[in-house]
Write a protein that binds this ligand. Structure first.
Ligand code: IFM
Length: 441
């Protein structure tokens, strides 16, 4: 790595992130069915008909995985709690085994001198709640408050930080408008409602956690740098609108108590009655904002109904999943989120990383120079932001290990640690060793 820990401010935190459904093995431990199980069981939805049944078997191998995090020298481990593992029916009777798992996990993280950063929801909605309309149903505010109370009633006294929902854009737009993730809907009304209810549920969850006396509560949003596909006013307009529902909608709600006017043109007719009255809940003060950043998009106009635009392939080098590598976008979002929304609260880069088709060589090593360069280049922009006095306080690599990459199955490998899905053997890649060396105190 081109950097050392000492190149960053002394309170800057390095971490790595995972999520429950992507690593735990959801067919085990008494978890209830989730909408991701149904989505994956439907032909054509997931590459290779893969699913999260076993994933990385983290449920049984979590100690080995925590050792890897400790040995790399990370300060923070960002993980998520599965709603259906804790409440198999979404509400009601908890699964004791599930709660015990997260309890032991948090203790295990602390015992290794690492800070546990919990995300309550990283996409595996209990099927029982999906059957009742899922994110389209306003009652999800109450359901999510109950889930928050049950999980944080158990581990909230020991987690270092907590955030309610990972990447509202993906839960809302990607899953209800583009149909790319569970529940696989393509419906503008469902999208508008889901996007609003996500923020409502976020606010309710923050209230519950404050009530439990918890501190260091935040929100984690994903951002994509957008540029117009060409110099035309139509392309400019298309890119601005994409930026609106992707990058501005959720932070506007969280910090400014409003939704962007250009996005409301399409979504307002579909929002639930009285949506404006929910901003007091949605704006519940938070202590930090998390930025998940991977790539940029070129957007141009296309014929058809609102939003009337589409992606145009870019020319920059791409990762295994075809995402252009554009580190300047990360710097731009740190500055923009700070200036326009979060103002003085700390910013954490809660996810950043890249997929490549990494292979274990005959000598047992995994060489991933592209990932090392990707991390170096993005960290360089983070350092620049920190040096300029922007309040960026940490950087967490996605992901600790290769895992279930949602609709793309197990093909894309985002890990610092290679996972052989036949044997479940973990092999630290060169990027893991490089980070370990850079993070030495
Ligand atoms: O794997 C995902 C993760 O679940 C959420 N953020 C982006 C990652 C890479 O696609």
């Amino acid at each position: 790595m081109k950097f050392r820990r000492a190149d960053f401010p002394s309170d800057f935190l390095f971490g790595t992130a995972t999520s429950s459904y992507q690593i735990e093995g959801h067919a085990q431990g008494g978890a209830g069915p989730t909408h991701w199980d149904s989505f994956a069981a439907t032909p054509g939805n997931v590459v290779g008909a893969d699913n999260g049944d076993i994933a990385c078997d983290h449920l049984n191998r979590w100690e080995e995985d925590l050792d890897l995090i400790r040995d790399a020298g990370f300060d923070v481990y960002r993980f998520s709690t599965s709603w259906a593992r804790v409440l198999p029916e979404g509400t009601g009777t908890p699964n004791a085994e599930g709660l015990d798992f997260y309890d032991r996990l948090v203790d295990g993280i602390l015992e290794r001198g690492i800070k546990p950063a919990a995300t309550l929801y990283h996409w595996e909605l209990p099927q029982a709640l999906a059957d009742r309309g899922g994110w389209r149903n306003r009652d999800i505010g109450d359901w999510f408050a109950e889930f928050t109370e049950v999980v944080m009633g158990r581990i909230g006294d020991r987690v270092w930080s907590a955030a309610p929902i990972n990447e509202p854009f993906c839960v809302g737009w990607l899953s209800h408008f583009l149909g790319a993730h569970a529940p696989g809907m393509r419906d503008i009304r469902a999208t508008a409602r889901a996007m609003h209810h996500i923020l409502l549920a976020h606010g309710r969850s923050i209230e519950v956690m404050r009530g439990l006396g918890m501190q260091n509560l935040g929100a984690v949003c994903n951002f994509e740098y957008v540029i117009p596909a060409d110099a035309s006013p139509a392309a400019q307009k298309a890119a601005t609108l994409y930026d609106g529902y992707y990058n501005r909608f959720f932070v506007s709600g969280l910090f400014n108590g409003s939704y962007p006017a250009d996005v409301l043109v399409g979504l307002e007719p579909h929002l639930p009655k009285g949506w404006q009255d929910d901003f007091d809940t949605i704006r519940a003060p938070i202590d930090w904002i998390g930025i998940n950043y991977y790539t940029r998009k070129l957007i141009g106009p296309v014929d058809g109904p609102w939003p009337g635009h589409g992606e145009v392939p870019g020319t920059l080098p791409k990762t295994q999943v075809g995402w252009e590598i554009y580190p300047d976008g990360l710097y731009a979002f740190i500055k923009r989120v700070h200036e326009a929304y979060a103002r003085d609260i700390p910013i954490y880069i809660t996810e950043n990383g890249m997929a490549w088709d990494d292979k274990v060589a005959r000598d047992g090593t995994v060489s991933d120079p592209r990932r090392i360069a990707y991390i170096e280049d993005h960290l360089e922009r983070v350092k620049r932001a920190a040096d300029e006095g922007l309040p960026v306080k940490g950087y967490f690599v996605w992901s600790l290990m290769d895992n279930f990459e949602w609709a793309l199955g197990y093909g894309p490998r985002f890990g610092l640690v290679h996972v052989d899905y036949k044997t479940l053997k973990r092999t630290p890649k060169a990027s893991y060793h490089a980070l370990k060396d850079a993070l030495k105190r």
